[in-house]
Structure formats: structure tokens, C-alpha cells
Write a protein that binds this ligand. Sequence first.
Ligand SMILES: Nc1nc2c(ncn2[C@@H]2O[C@H](COP(=O)(O)OP(=O)(O)OP(=O)(O)O)[C@@H](O)[C@H]2O)c(=O)[nH]1
Ligand SMILES: [Mg+2]
Length: 597
Amino acid sequence: MKIRNIAIIAHVDHGKTALTDSLMRQTGAAEEGVSMDSNALEQERGITIYSKNASIFYKGTKINIVDTPGHVDFGSEVERVLRSIDSVILVVDAQEGPMPQTKFVLKKSLELGLKPIVVINKIDKPAARPEWAHEKVLELFMTLGANENQLNFSVVYAVAKEGVAKINLKDDSKDLSPLLETILKEVPEASSPELSQKPLRIQPFNLAYDNFMGRLAIGRIYEGVVKTGNVFIKNTGGATRTGKINKIFTFEGLKRKEVAEAAAGDIIMIAGLPDIFIGETICADPDQEALPAINIDEPTISLNFLVNNSPFAGREGKLVTSRQIRERLERELEVNVGLKIDFSAGGYFKVYGRGELHIAILLENMRREGYELQVSKPQVILKEENGIKLEPFEEVTIIVSANMMGTIIKKMSKRKGNITDVSQEQNNSRIIFEIPTRGLLGYRGEFIIDTKGEGIMYSRVIGFRPFVGEINRQALGSMVSMADGKALGYSLYNLQDRGVLYIGAGTEVYIGMVIGNAAKGNDMSVNPTKGKQLTNMRSKASDEALTLTPPLELTLERGLEIINDDEYLEVTPKSVRLRKQFLTEIDRTRAKRQKVL
Ligand SMILES: Nc1nc2c(ncn2[C@@H]2O[C@H](COP(=O)(O)OP(=O)(O)OP(=O)(O)O)[C@@H](O)[C@H]2O)c(=O)[nH]1
Ligand SMILES: [Mg+2]
């Protein structure tokens, strides 16, 4: 069987999944309406979170496709995948052109020696500028030091959503055949009789989990033929252990199909190796050489997961105990490769992740399954090397209308951001900063407000650098309830001038719950349950209908962003609430004093 292995890579939203879906539809690998974004959260948010495998058949060749996530928090997934395929389809939006994540994934691909096929997508958009986008992509290849062979990349224009691709913009095309032909022409064949005759070597690049089969490894067979039975596993440190493969699957469309054996070149899933990990080598003989290791990016932020002990604990969740939360987190570690958890501290679990979205997705999945818990403020992970304190830095690309530039630069410099590049395009300015992750935490919300939701901001971690010292940023205080009960419209009306409220009238509150922010900067104890004094006097003002500004709804991501050091975010299947760690003002004052002493 002839096999080609490709990955689809791009900046977020440029159309990777739409293209994969259309390829499956055209080749009959999946029916109308079936999407690679199969997970409920993916469908709701319209983004890919987990990279996934599919395979299609075209003119007798099997094409294994890995669809990758475009969001930076999941960027390390992409890197792992790139190691295991032979070519990439780089999708670029015909209106936006190359964006920060385009640059990142292209750079990785070029470094690995891959020759990409470029798909200029969304040419149906009214503002599409496909020729300009093509030129920009070529410039990017050159900036990134592509070799001559790589610079000679093929270009295909597409409307992925509708399943149409063409080699020349003027061509008349009804389907994706021009792209499929390009794949057959450009992507090296993965299988050959010689490779199949060698002793077995498989390297997993992804993990999955099944309730019955346990941990599953998704990997590429580099050499040999795999059958069920005993194998040797070499880890990246050089140690060898034994294992037994008891099931082998290949992909057909999105589905997996159990097979008795599979040969070199194919991408497969195997069951039976409960401790298998990314980058290890599964082989037939203990003397075989291990394949080069696959790097896994280190986490950049950490936070604590705790049993919920708020006055409302257990009201909305079914799975609330420390043991239940621990078991769930242990299960997550089976597949969530970027995640690390320290279970050793008493009273909480320390969770290390790749970014706020990475953590938010885990919490969202947990609350949907009925879990209830609370978490602390995410902290940036600091490292020490040769006695020097290091902290993670990010490259931030901001695109705003030209008149916003001043404000943005002022705010970013305050947070220790340095400009590395500024350019103008159409009516927008594109500014690139390098900034410590610490400085960036909590800025996103402010950016959205400053640019009225029209600014674009992308960031990605670029590595650890020397710690830049204290960052003075104007933190917002919290409005803390000093009463239990139902919030009343009358008191919220009086409070809404002093900060942004997170709750509306009728919300149940408890002592120590954070109900809004305090614009002045310091925490403020308030009583949101106070009703109007009853008097015989009629006052005109108070009798007019009280118009409340709609509250700022606390989502998980927003909560993780605005939470202060001395607070917890309470997460239940129905609610996301902020609270003080110490509920009463007396306890908070005492805690603060003890810290100082
Ligand atoms: N107009 C137009 N829209 C498209 C086209 N292809 C995809 N889209 C839309 O673009 C949006 C994003 O598409 P996806 O395929 O989810 O993008 P993606 O690259 O997989 O996104 P992530 O996986 O989250 O990085 C969706 O709303 C699609 O319907 C196209 O050819 N034309
Ligand atoms: Mg996608």
C-alpha cells in the first residue's frame, strides 16, 4: 500500500479543520456534517484543542492527515506532530496573510527540512488578496532561511469551507482534486518494501485514552511490520523495558479500524502499553538504536487546585472530594502531555500548564463532568540557571488602528514590554513587543476594553530570560460582600459607580464573595443585600426605575485573569465565582499582619 503522511498547520482560524473536513467529504472518508473538531468544547468554541488523525484514500494512495490546533497554548502539540510526518500543508488566510503562528509553525517545519505545500485559503472573502498573501508567504520563507528546494513550494488557492481548490486563480474547479494531486506529486512516499523488511521501530507522537483499553499510543511505524505481541521500549534516557502490544488500529476517516498488522510508513494506534510515552521507541530487539527524542515544551504557569470550601460548597457539583479530584487529574495526565501535576503538597494539587487557555479547558471539561473545586491565581514559573533567576518571555503581536498606537505602547512599556518591530498596513499598525509573561498576565481584558474589541493580540512564549524585577501595575481592588443573602437591585445600583460588577440582582452571595472590582484600587467591603429604607416620604429619584448596567459575566478565562493573589476562583458545573481566601475582614487583616511579621 502506498502511504503519504501530512500535517495541516496554520495560524488560528485560517481554515485547517475546514480543509481536513472537506478532504474527508470529497474522498468519502466521512459524511456531510462530520467534523474533525469532534469534541463538545471544540464545537462550542469553534477552535481545535486536540490534534487529531484522519486518513483518506485517493487514487489508491492512503493519505494520513494530522489536523493541528492553531492556538498558541497548544503549540507544543504541533511541534510533536511535525516530527512524524513528511510534509505540511501551510494554510494562510488570503485576507490576513501570514500571522504570528504562521511564522512559528513554518519556522519549525523548515528547520525539520520539510517542504511545505502552501494553501492560500478563503479566497472567497470580499477583502481577500490572494496574490498579496502569496507574496507575503514567499517573503516569510526567505526571512526564515528556507533552502532552495523549500523556496520552490507549490501554491494552491482554496475555499476550504466549500471544498474547492485551484492552481491558478482563474481556473475553474469544483473540488479539491488540484490539492490532492499536488499532495501525490510533492509529498514523499512513506512506505517501501525495504523499510518494511527492517526490524520494527515505532515512535509515538500523541497519546489517547480509552476506558477499556487504557492508554493508547499514536505513532508512526518508521521501519518493519507491527503485530500484536511482545516488544521492547526504549526511553529517551537510554533505558529499555518490555511490553506487550495487544491491539493495533489504523485510521479510516476519523474512525479507527482494528488490524492484525501494519507496515512501515503508516500511522497507527496501539493498545497494551500502559506506561508508553511520547518520543519513546518501540522496537523488536533490545539492541536496536532508539529514534531521536521528541522535545516536550515545559509548562509556563502554575496554580493550585483545591477542594471547594466556600459556604456554597457542594451545592452544584457531584464530584467534590479531594480523592475524586485527584483521580480525575491523574486521568488527565494520561493524555495531556503539556500538563504536570505535583500531588505531594498536602491540602492542594499544584498544576503546571502551558497557558491560561490550557488550564481553562481542563477546568471547563471538569465542571461539565460534574466536578466542583476552587483554584488559586495562576503564577508564572521562574527558573534558576547558574545562580541567575529567569522568567518566561513572550513575543506579542498587536494589530490596532493607527490612532491607538500611543496608548498601547505606553501600557506595554509600563509592563516592561520592549518594541522590536513596527509596521503599517492599510489603516492599521502592527507592533511587536517582547515582554515578560508576568507583565502580560491580566492585560488581555484591558486591551479588549481599550480597543473596543477591535484590536488583535497574539502572543507566544519565546523562552526564559533574566528576571526583570518588580512590575508596577495598577491592580484593581475587589468589592467584597460583607453579608449573606440575595443581592438587591437597589444596593447594586448604588455600587455600580464604584467598580464593575460581576453579579446581577437576585444572585445569592456570601460573606467574603467578590462581587465586582473596585476602581479605586483597594479592596472594599460592601453590602449588596441592603434594601431601600422604608419611609413615608416619596423621593422622586429613588422612585424612578433603577437601571442597572449589565454585569460582567465571570467566565473561567476571565476569572483566571482578574483573580487577585489572596482569592480563589470557585468552579462548579453551574457557576464561576470569585471569593477571598479568608472570608471575613478580620481574618484577612490578621493574615496580612502575620505575613508582614
Ligand atoms: N469565507 C471562508 N471562510 C472559511 C473558509 N474556510 C474556513 N472558513 C471559516 O473560518 C473559520 C475557522 O475555520 P477552521 O477550519 O475552524 O479554522 P482552523 O484553522 O481549524 O482553526 P483552529 O483549529 O482553531 O486553529 C470557520 O468559521 C470556517 O467556516 C473559506 O474558504 N472561506
Ligand atoms: Mg481547527
